[in-house]
Ligand binder design. Structure first.
Ligand SMILES: Nc1nc(=O)c2c([nH]1)NC[C@@H]1CN(c3ccc(C(=O)N[C@@H](CCC(=O)O)C(=O)O)cc3)CN21
Ligand SMILES: CC(C)C(=O)C(=O)O
Ligand SMILES: [Mg+2]
Length: 256
């Protein structure tokens, strides 16, 4: 059975953890879906892992749509979400609805995710939800705000900063998001938010007490040259690929 927003809500109620990963192409998406993950995010981190940009800021709506269409063809069961890229939703709610709607129409993903919330983005979240588009929230470390934050540092460390993340989480739930991504915040803060919200939380670098976990697939597989400190590799594909190509090269050159 294909997953829906309801599956994710039930998982929270049943204390059944949500397994989420990112994808950017057909091949990996098909493998991830067949491996049985619950949620696949076409994350704008694809700008860094698949396109070689230094940050996620240059990623365009056209690029996200291109990758999301490829991912969609590989996914049959997982709930499929696409990140709204930088500047596709911050200008005003109407432009955000136009862009999010274009993503849903052209790619077949089921939901979109956007970074941040209170105060300016709440009307935007409401606008999308009213139009029938499920929206996932994202608080804590916001990679699209890397220049304002001064790096990819952990957020919510002081009492005031923690209260601010908490406030954002509640305001977004109130605005109608169906799930919330918590990135790079202390585990206790993520646990408190998870206990107090009725919608599921999905953590990355946010401890073990969220309703689910997400990792960038390149980090999970050990493909990334310099993964974030909170992303443990579950395979060593970078090294295995290097070895496979070395073996192949030796075979070919041996045929001289
Ligand atoms: N491959 C990949 N994995 C990710 O999880 C990811 C991306 N790319 N791109 C978008 C953002 C960027 N992320 C990152 C990147 C680096 C750190 C990191 O190195 N943090 C250090 C401090 C960095 C600093 O001070 O600037 C840390 O100790 O928290 C954390 C999250 C998470 N996201
Ligand atoms: C936090 C992560 C999962 C994300 O938004 C991305 O991969 O773009
Ligand atoms: Mg993202």
């Amino acid at each position: 059975m294909a997953h829906t927003v309801l599956t994710l809500q039930q998982y929270k109620q049943q204390a059944h953890k949500i397994v989420a990963v990112t994808a950017w192409d057909y091949l990996l998406a098909q493998i991830l879906d067949q491996a049985g993950v619950d949620l696949i995010l076409v994350g704008d981190s694809l700008g860094m892992v698949a396109l070689g940009y230094e940050t996620t800021l240059p990623v365009t709506l056209t690029e996200m749509i291109h990758h999301a269409k490829a991912v969609r063809r590989g996914v049959k069961h997982a709930f499929l979400v696409c990140d709204l890229p930088f500047l596709s939703y911050q200008v005003n709610p109407e432009l955000a609805l136009h862009n999010a709607g274009q993503i849903l129409k052209e790619t077949g993903v089921q939901a979109v995710k956007l970074e941040g919330g209170y105060p300016t983005l709440l009307p935007t979240v409401q606008r999308l939800v009213q139009a029938g588009i499920p929206v996932m929230g994202h608080v804590g470390l916001l990679p699209q705000a890397v220049h304002r934050l001064g790096g990819y540092r952990q957020q919510g460390k002081t009492t005031e900063a923690a209260a601010e993340v908490f406030h954002q989480a509640f305001a977004l739930q109130e605005a109608g998001i169906f799930a919330l991504l918590l990135e790079h915040i202390p585990g206790e803060l993520a646990r408190d938010i998870t206990q107090k919200l009725t919608i599921p939380t999905i953590g990355i670098g946010a401890g073990t007490d969220c309703d689910g976990q997400i990792l960038v697939t390149a980090d999970l597989l050990g493909l990334t040259a310099q993964p974030p400190p909170f992303a443990p590799p579950y395979a060593n594909l970078r090294q295995q690929i290097t070895q496979a190509v070395a073996d192949y090269s030796q075979t070919v050159r041996g045929q001289a």
